[in-house]
Write a protein that binds this ligand. Structure first.
Ligand code: PLP
Length: 443
């Protein structure tokens, strides 16, 4: 319990003290961590107890798509909590059914069932399990530049860019996906990159033995690895390859789904229908932890008279279900997905292009909707990534100017909530501009 003075500044100090003393944080050496105290938020802004506000251009972990504290979602959670706060998965629950129906309705034709999980990693775990059981095969192919979560099979699927120890590795194969700026295939055009990465995938599957491959698992747009928009023909090409060999295609939409790209599912822009879709994050903007798998009918039928050996105590939790229904309703009635597409095309994309033109430290900008990355380089001609020390400086300078950034390796990901306004974009662009000027001077 909080003790001592209630003075607001004390609450920030107390937050830091308790955090440093007792919270063990993800992805960090624990010594020397000093995390920003955040006490509240609304829309695209968050603030500490003392009232210092920050423009949230990270959407936290790229999940708060409808912005902080959307009143309809908060109210739906409160109302559900007062009716039925928890119930096990082996029950019928109306809110859960509505949530599943709404999600399936956003997926392509022929997707009718949803398996709920606690988040994104276990969605990936279960999608892999379904594909293995459906095909009777073992191997899964994913890309080196990818993030699929930090549990058993999901961390094995995650590419090597973080070099997470793969202590559970089983029947897993990595390939290079398309990434023209740092092409592994010496490609100079998107068409070449597409054609060569598909040829590489085919060759690897051929070497592995196509009849041993259960699934190809791809982020529709690899997010954490750099917002790597696939060239237009890539995903249809992967689909064709998968069909040729009876391989399941799993598209991981945990980060890209539910408005982030200006589409309900990122795959809507790519003329591809997978066999399984994983989701989490944007489905309810993280107000209650949840994720899941949208299952195509043939895979769902596999388990009509065969037990699916998997489940979680909180699968389809009523608070998560209520928050999903309210969040999806709000996205629909407020035109949030369309807004994300528009603001990306009208304000974020053009604004970042101006920054790229002006600042030598920017190697490339790419993205769509509210899903963008600025790749920073020490040298534009060699494309040598900007050093970790300078990326650390960039982070400090941005936070010091009241902007919460999402930084991964040598990139600043520009990933505000879908509801970001044109004024907020202009404010953020001015802040990035100042900090990029400081970095230019270091080159
Ligand atoms: N898949 C993708 C594409 C992700 O971006 C993430 C998280 O960033 C995950 C899976 C894992 O989700 P979670 O952190 O909810 O387990």
């Amino acid at each position: 319990a909080l003790s001592g003075s209630n003075a607001v500044a004390d609450l920030d100090a107390r937050t830091t003290e308790l955090d440093r003393g007792h919270v063990f944080h993800s992805w960090s050496a624990q010594g020397g961590l000093a995390l920003l105290p955040i006490a509240g938020g609304h829309g695209t802004r968050v603030w500490d107890h003392a009232g210092r506000t920050y423009l949230d251009f990270s959407s936290q972990l790229v999940n708060v798509n409808i912005g902080h504290q959307h009143p309809a979602v908060v109210a739906a959670i409160q109302e559900q909590a007062s009716t039925l706060a928890t119930i096990g998965p082996a029950t019928g629950n109306l809110t859960r059914g509505v949530a599943a129906q709404r999600i399936a309705a956003r997926a392509p034709e022929g997707f009718n069932k949803v398996f709920f999980t606690n988040g994104g990693a276990d969605a990936v775990e279960n999608a892999i399990r379904m594909a293995r059981l459906h095909t009777g095969r073992d191997k899964v192919v994913s890309t080196y530049r990818s993030y699929h979560g930090n549990t058993g099979a999901a961390v094995v699927a995650t590419g090597d860019w973080r070099r997470i120890p793969n202590e559970y590795a089983r029947a897993h194969v990595h390939v290079f996906g398309p990434y023209l700026y740092r092409s592994e295939f010496w490609a100079t055009t998107p068409e070449e990159e597409c054609e060569r990465s598909l040829r590489h995938l085919r060759r690897v599957i051929d070497c592995e033995g196509p009849a041993s491959v259960a699934a190809i698992l791809l982020e529709t747009i690899p997010g954490t690895a750099g917002v790597l928009l696939p060239p237009p023909g890539y995903l249809p090409g992967v689909r064709a390859l998968a069909d040729e060999f009876g391989i399941m295609l799993i598209l991981d939409e945990v980060m890209a789904g539910f408005g982030r790209t200006g589409e309900w599912f990122a795959l809507d822009a790519y003329d591809v229908v997978p066999d399984l879709i994983t989701f989490a994050k944007g489905v309810n903007s993280g107000y209650v932890p949840v994720g899941g798998v949208v299952i195509s009918d043939p895979i769902a039928r596999t388990f009509d008279d065969r037990v699916f050996p998997g489940g979680l105590t909180y699968s389809g939790h009523p608070l998560a279900a209520a928050s999903i229904v309210a969040a999806l309703d709000a996205m629909e009635s407020e035109g949030i997905v369309t807004h994300a597409k528009q603001i990306g095309a009208d304000a974020i994309g053009p604004g970042l292009a101006v920054l790229a033109e002006k600042h030598p430290v920017v190697g490339e900008v790419r993205g769509t909707g509210v899903f963008w990355a600025m790749e920073l380089v020490a040298d534009r001609s060699t494309r040598e990534p900007l050093s970790a020390a300078l990326m650390g400086r960039a982070k400090g300078e941005l936070v010091g100017r009241g902007l919460l950034p999402f930084i991964a390796d040598n990139r600043i990901h520009v990933v505000p909530p879908c509801v970001v306004t044109a004024d907020e974009v202009a404010e953020a662009l001015a802040t990035y501009d100042e900090v990029l000027s400081l970095l230019d001077e270091e080159l």
